[in-house]
Design a protein around this ligand. Structure first.
Ligand code: PA5
Length: 444
């Protein structure tokens, strides 16, 4: 099970950093368990690893098998919580180079997560001459970015295979009852999967939203859910040795002391998109009412040669949360060089993981000396079980943390502001007054 090492942060924290928060953590725990706190109708993810829809789970696995058998590529169309979780898990468990690897599962491309013409054209180019399927994911069914991309890939499929076969290659993950995508899926006869009402986008990776693309990549869903279920059991137990309580309390205490940025540190390139998922989870859950830690991320040791300077000596605004996997998946031994031209023979015969470990330990102490508290999240290895645990650990801690901060961790009203302006500027019917006002402000 995930453990948290706070020993490199306690020097910065008051002695009662945890005890002074246990009463509020106990209350937050109750709110999460019963859905009785702010945003309580969006706590369906809390018991999901145990109560997930087993019939749909079986359908996800069947659909994944079909896609694996009839497609060389899957295009996943979605944005925000409707794509980050799947990409995070696929990259962490398979590789950021998944598509380049020799494998018997389809390539996976993520589209509709922005409005870049060039990115879209590139994916079209990469799939158009291959057999492909599309998984369109949108809870609301009305989000502009995926809706635009879906129009394009739907047309592409229909031109390539005809309407009948195209509809067999389109999988829609959306609300069970409402929304434009649900209406379209029903009228066209696409196979549909559900984003449960009580689960918001950023907490949805363990629903069909994440699970279908993850299964297509050949990842063992049972083991992923088992890991999450084990974390659910462990983290529901109240107490000061609960790592989610410790993490939520430590980050809240550091925030109270003036730390304004939390940097999630990974030492694996495969962790990069997991950090993107984490940033959305914490950024959208806590960044509101003028409050919240700014979630940032770095990849060490690469970023020690860039952001490392700022972390060591810039504004003392941040702390780090380091995710440490105890074991590498493979091993590599540093070769001996008879000429020792680089002077590195003192490392000959040592595993690279030993060097990485010393880099991690040295960095930790240097940053602590530089005034940057470090929390270390200890995970076993990059496998399905551990990643399931990590997902649940971060989700549960985020719920607790949001309640400690006295915000609703399950809404995201701020996301609407840009949408309203964009709709107005695009001339969406009903936004005429705003359009004139915004254009006057923009000067044309
Ligand atoms: O966490 C969230 O709610 C958002 O990031 C949404 O997931 C994102 O805006 C996509 O929304 P939808 O699934 O409705 O298209």
């Amino acid at each position: 099970m995930i453990q948290l090492d706070v020993s490199n942060a306690t020097g910065f924290l008051p002695e009662d950093w945890l005890t002074s928060r246990t009463e509020r953590l106990e209350q937050a725990r109750g709110w999460l368990e019963n859905g009785s706190g702010a945003g309580g109708s969006f706590t369906g993810w809390v018991h999901l690893p145990r109560d997930y829809d087993k019939e749909e789970f079986a359908r996800i696995r069947c659909a994944a098998k079909k896609i694996q058998s009839d497609s060389q590529a899957l295009v996943v169309v979605g944005i925000g919580g409707s794509y980050l979780g799947a990409r995070a898990v696929i990259e962490l468990l398979k590789s950021p180079n998944y598509n380049l690897k020799k494998k018997d599962t389809p390539d996976i491309f993520f589209a509709g997560n922005g409005l870049s013409t060039d990115a879209l054209l590139e994916i079209i180019d990469l799939v158009k001459d291959r057999d492909f399927s599309v998984n369109v994911i949108s809870k609301s069914g009305t989000t502009t970015e995926p809706a635009v991309a879906f129009r394009i890939f739907k047309n592409l499929l229909e031109e390539k295979y005809g309407k009948e076969e195209a509809r067999r290659r389109i999988y829609a993950t959306t609300d069970a009852h409402k929304g434009a995508l649900k209406g379209l899926a029903d009228s066209e006869g696409y196979e549909t999967f559900v984003v449960p009402d009580a689960v918001g986008g950023r907490y949805s990776v363990l629903t069909a939203v994440g699970l279908l693309p993850i299964a297509v990549a050949g990842i063992d869903l049972e083991k992923l859910m088992e890991g999450a279920a084990q974390a659910m059991e462990a983290l529901s137990v109240p107490g000061m040795d609960n790592p989610a309580w410790q993490y939520a309390a430590a980050r809240h205490a550091l925030y109270t002391l003036g730390k304004r940025t939390e940097i999630l540190v990974g030492y694996e390139p495969a962790f990069r998109f997991f950090a993107e998922w984490w940033k959305q989870l914490y950024g959208e859950s806590e960044g509101k009412d003028g409050k919240g830690l700014f979630p940032a991320s770095v990849e060490f040791t690469a970023d020690l040669h860039s952001m490392g300077q700022y972390i060591q000596q810039g504004e003392r605004l941040m702390f780090e949360s380091v995710v440490r996997f105890a074991e590498s998946l493979g091993s590599f031994t540093i070769p001996h060089d008879p000429d020792n031209v680089d002077g590195l023979n003192f490392l000959s015969g040592k595993p690279l993981s030993f060097v990485a470990e010393q880099a991690m330990r040295g960095t930790l102490l240097a940053h602590v000396d530089g005034g940057v508290p470090n929390l270390v999240i200890q995970a076993a290895r990059r496998d399905e079980h551990t990643v399931g645990e990590l997902i649940y650990f971060f989700e549960y801690s985020c719920g607790l943390s949001g309640y400690l901060l006295e915000v609703n961790p399950f809404d995201q009203p701020g996301v609407e502001a840009y949408k309203k302006n964009m709709y107005a500027l695009l001339g969406k019917p009903g936004y005429e007054a705003q359009k004139a006002e915004l254009e006057a402000r923009l000067g044309h």
